[in-house]
Ligand binder design. Structure first.
Ligand code: FES
Ligand SMILES: [Fe+2]
Length: 437
């Protein structure tokens, strides 16, 4: 990046740039590997795949959640596929070497046929991968030098903790294969500038009071309810249907005639009603007005480099992006909401991967997905050189690219961490941040 508000287009398709990312970025960052409800009981495991790597994430009886490289120490065969429960550990399908859920080698058939140096204790255990949990997810990192997860995710970790993000559970989980670079795909969800053109159903004139028009609190409230229903349609967590129902339940309240006061009164009342409803259901639910007072009620929390949560009232959508190639991305969406504490919940089944134009997509992502492939193709135009960003409202995109440049240059974490802190925030309406790397 030479100028902070111009992104050279090659960053989105050049194979050499992609190769740099695979070498200098992905092996050095914390990646969201799975949701914890995918592995609710001891011995439950999933495999997390990125680029040419496969990592086993397993819940152990007494060592918490652990991760290992998915390669038998004999001749490299992957010992686990997909997901399951490894009650008797992992058995390699090739020659039957066995490993416990703690990764320790427990059996080598015809061991006497090997020389001692190929059966060194420890050396034939599955190779551990750093793994930590936060926010209802297990995260992995291939780098030994990386800071602990929590440090790498601040300040957003604290903001989302205050909102009790760890109490959310997945209701559903969708996946999309997008013919676009993973950064391009992700950036389509990190600014609000596109909403007016791309999501016209979310632009409801009566929601925006006009200075020279009389304000009708009733019409405003109807418009607000309409907006909540539009956000909820097919998306659930992005304004959960239970929160829409709570809003409809208090919609007969009297609002002041002053627009500012009316909107503040409604927000306060709705926050309180949502909190009361969820607590009544036995859910672990933060006090939204208290969060508001501490400026901790954010509509989005970004976790560099590939995951974010979109909290709205009680619930959220969460997005994860993984490159499948320079111009192909696997994007996943979860709808997350709260359930009574202490109840065990099965994880939703892993998603069938849909095309970007699959008719089953809810309206909001369908609209975003319709633009992304056109943008990826448009970048290749001979006369197009760079993306022209607004330094005031599309700054997060720039900040992200510049931190990435720090990774690609192989800078040490102490230099990267301060800049990462300006990324792990709410990216919407974020200006270009002037950081030194
Ligand atoms: S490759 Fe695993 S036992 Fe041979
Ligand atoms: Fe969008």
């Amino acid at each position: 990046m030479e100028l902070p508000d111009r992104v050279p287009k090659e960053r989105y398709y050049d194979p050499e740039f992609y190769r740099l990312e695979t070498e200098q970025l992905w092996p050095r960052v914390w990646q969201m590997a799975c949701r914890l409800e995918e592995i609710p009981r001891p011995d439950d495991y999933v495999t997390y795949e990125f680029l040419d790597q496969s990592v086993i994430v397993v819940r152990t009886e007494d060592l918490g959640v652990r991760a290992f490289q998915n390669a038998c120490r004999h001749r490299g065969v992957q010992v686990a596929q997909g997901r399951g429960t490894c009650e008797s550990g992992f058995t390699c399908p090739f020659h039957g070497w066995c490993y416990g859920a703690d990764g320790a080698n427990t059996f080598v058939s015809r061991a006497k046929a090997f020389s001692e140096h190929n059966l060194q204790p420890g050396d034939i255990d599955l190779t551990p991968v750093r793994c930590e949990t936060w926010g209802g997810c297990a995260w992995i990192n291939l780098s030994d030098e990386a800071p602990p997860l929590r440090e790498a995710l601040e300040p957003v970790a604290s903001v989302l903790d205050a909102w009790k993000v760890e109490s959310l559970h997945a209701e559903w989980w969708f996946a999309c294969r997008l013919p676009a670079n993973w950064k391009l795909a992700q950036e389509a969800f990190q600014e609000q500038y596109h909403v007016i053109q791309s999501h016209p159903q979310l632009v409801i004139p009566d929601r925006i009071p006009r200075p020279n028009r009389p304000f009708d609190p009733r019409a405003w409230l109807e418009a607000e309810l309409h907006y909540l229903r539009m956000m909820s349609e097919g998306m659930d967590g992005m304004v959960h249907r239970s929160d829409v129902a709570v809003a409809e339940g208090i919609a007969d309240m009297e609002l002041p005639a002053d627009p500012e006061l009316a909107m503040a009164t409604w927000q306060r009342a709705l926050n309180d009603a949502v909190v009361a409803w969820h607590r009544g259901q036995g859910h672990d639910m933060p006090d939204l007005n208290e969060l508001e007072a501490q400026s901790l009620n954010e509509p989005m929390g970004y976790c560099f480099p590939h995951y974010f949560v979109l909290p709205m009232y009680s619930s959220a959508s969460a997005y994860r992006f993984r490159p499948l190639g320079p111009e192909e991305t696997l994007m996943e969406i979860w709808s997350l909401t709260r359930f009574p504490e202490g109840t065990e919940r099965e994880a939703p089944p892993p998603p069938e991967v849909w095309g970007h134009d699959d008719p089953r997509w809810p309206p909001i992502p369908a609209q975003d997905f319709s633009n992304i492939p056109k943008q990826q193709r448009g970048l290749h135009a001979k006369g197009f050189e760079y993306l022209r960003l607004s330094e005031q409202i599309e700054g997060h995109i720039s900040n992200n690219h510049r931190v990435m440049d720090g990774f690609l240059a192989g800078l040490p974490y102490e230099r990267l961490l301060p800049a990462m802190r300006s990324l792990n925030v709410n990216p919407l309406e974020m200006p270009v941040v002037d950081f030194e790397l």
